[in-house]
Design a protein around this ligand. Structure first.
Ligand SMILES: [Zn+2]
Length: 404
C-alpha cells in the first residue's frame, strides 16, 4: 500500500462540514441534510449507496399511553456483495446535542485540537472509515473483500430504529469495525462492554377522595415507591439499576391512580441480564398483590453485554499488530459504556468498536478531536481491512482447525 494515501486537509474539511450540521437524534431535517452529505461522500466508493427507512419505535408517554417516535433514515453502502469474504463497518450520524442545545459551533483549542459537536463522536470516525476504505480500494487485493457500511441515525438513543438492520447486516460477516472514538485519548480500544436496558413501568391504582374514602383508593405512587426500593435490592456485582424518573399523581386531596416509573439497568453478563428480566416479572406480580394495583412493563434490554470471545480477540490482536507496524501502540480496556458493537457482538460477529478518532469529553460541550488522529486512525483501519482481505482471520481459524 502507498504509505500515505491520506489527505488530512480533506478529512478535516469533511469533519468540519459535517459537524456544522446539527444531527441531534430528534432533528429529522438535520439528519436528512447529513444523510445527503454522506450519500455524496460515500459515492466515491464502488458499490451502491441507499437510504433505508427507520423501523417503527414505540415509546411510552407520561400518561402511560404508547406513541410512535419518529427517527431519521439510515445510510447503507454495499460493495462487492458477492465476495466470499465480507466485513461490516458501522457508524452513526446522530449526536446527543438537539437543535436547541447551546453547543453548535466549532472552536480550536490549540493547533491540533478541535472542539465541536460530533467531531469525535462520531463525525470524525465516519471520515476515518471513509478514507480507510478509499485507501483500501487502491490496494491490489481489494477485489477479494466485500463490505457493507451502515451509518445509522439513532445510535445515541439506543439504535431501536436500526437494531434489526444491524443484525441483518452483521449476519454472515467475517468481522465488523465500528468507528466510535477510542476509549482513551491515547487510542486505547474498548474491549468487553456491559449491556444496557431501559424499562417503563406503568402502575394503575384506583383514585379516591383523600379525606372521604381514602381506604377505597389504591395509591399508584406508593406502589411505585415500593417498586423503586425493591428494584434497588435486586442489584448485585453484575447488575446495577438506576430508577431514573417517576411521574404521576395529581391534587393533594386525591389518592393517585397512575404512576410511571422509568429505569435503566446495566448488566455485566448475559446471565445477569436474563436473571433480571425473569425476576422483574416476579417482582411486578408481588407489587400488584401487595398494593392491589395493575402494572404494565414496556421496554427491556436494548444492548446485550458484549463479551470478547476467542474470534473477537483475534480481531483485537490483528488491530494491535497493524498498529505496531505503523508505530502505533494499541492497547484495550473494558468499559461500562455501550454502543452498536454490543449488538454486533450479540450476532456472533467479531467486532472492534472503537476504530474512530482519538479525542475526548464526548457527550459534553467540551467534546474534542485530536486532529492528527484522523489520518493516523485511517491508516490503522486501512491496514486492518487489507489484512482481512488477505484472509487474516480466516487463516487463523484454519490454522487452529488444523492444529486440533
Ligand atoms: Zn458514538
Amino acid at each position: 500500500m502507498n504509505p500515505s494515501p491520506f489527505d488530512p486537509t480533506a478529512m478535516l474539511a469533511q469533519v468540519q462540514a459535517w459537524s456544522a450540521i446539527n444531527t441531534g437524534t430528534g432533528n429529522l431535517p438535520g439528519l436528512a441534510q447529513q444523510a445527503a452529505a454522506l450519500t455524496e461522500a460515500f459515492a466515491a466508493l464502488p458499490g451502491t449507496v441507499e437510504l433505508v427507512d427507520p423501523a417503527p419505535v414505540t415509546a411510552v408517554a407520561a400518561d402511560g399511553s404508547a406513541f410512535e417516535k419518529p427517527h431519521g433514515q439510515h445510510l447503507v453502502v454495499r460493495v462487492r456483495p458477492q465476495a466470499n469474504r465480507r466485513i461490516l463497518l458501522t457508524g452513526h450520524m446522530d449526536t446527543v446535542f438537539p437543535a436547541d442545545h447551546p453547543f453548535q459551533s466549532q472552536r480550536w483549542l490549540d493547533d491540533e485540537t478541535l472542539n465541536g459537536p460530533g467531531v469525535a463522536d462520531m463525525k470524525g470516525g465516519i471520515a476515518v472509515m471513509l478514507h480507510a476504505l478509499l485507501a483500501f480500494e487502491q490496494t491490489a487485493g481489494a477485489s477479494a473483500l466485500g463490505y457493507d457500511v451502515l451509518i445509522n441515525a439513532d445510535e445515541e438513543t439506543g439504535s431501536l430504529a436500526s437494531a434489526a438492520l444491524i443484525a441483518e447486516m452483521a449476519a454472515g460477516k467475517l468481522a465488523a469495525l465500528t468507528y466510535e472514538p477510542a476509549a482513551l485519548p491515547d487510542g486505547t480500544l474498548a474491549h468487553e462492554r456491559g449491556g444496557t436496558g431501559n424499562y417503563s413501568i406503568t402502575i394503575s391504582g384506583k383514585s379516591a377522595h383523600a379525606g372521604r374514602n381514602p381506604h377505597e383508593g389504591r395509591n399508584a405512587i406508593v406502589a411505585a415507591a415500593d417498586l423503586i426500593l425493591r428494584l434497588k435490592e435486586m442489584e448485585n456485582d453484575d447488575l446495577t439499576i438506576n430508577p431514573a424518573k417517576l411521574e404521576g399523581g395529581a391534587a393533594n386531596n386525591v389518592v393517585p391512580d397512575h404512576a410511571l416509573l422509568r429505569f435503566n439497568i446495566r448488566p455485566k453478563s448475559t446471565a445477569a441480564m436474563e436473571a433480571f428480566d425473569n425476576n422483574l416479572n416476579t417482582l411486578l406480580g408481588s407489587i400488584e398483590a401487595t398494593h392491589e394495583v395493575a402494572t404494565h412493563r414496556h421496554g427491556g434490554v436494548t444492548r446485550p453485554p458484549k463479551a470478547v470471545d476467542p474470534a473477537a480477540q483475534r480481531l483485537f490482536d490483528l488491530v494491535r499488530t497493524c498498529g505496531a507496524e505503523l508505530g502505533q501502540d494499541i492497547g484495550w480496556q473494558s468499559t461500562g459504556g455501550v454502543c452498536d458493537g454490543n449488538n454486533i457482538a450479540a450476532c456472533g460477529v467479531p467486532v472492534v468498536d472503537t476504530m474512530g478518532v482519538r479525542g475526548g469529553a464526548i457527550h459534553s460541550p467540551q467534546e474534542y478531536l485530536i486532529v492528527p488522529s484522523l489520518a493516523e486512525r485511517a491508516a490503522l483501519s486501512a491496514r486492518v481491512i487489507e489484512r482481512l482481505s488477505q484472509g487474516a482471520l480466516t487463516q487463523g481459524v484454519l490454522a487452529e482447525g488444523t492444529a486440533a
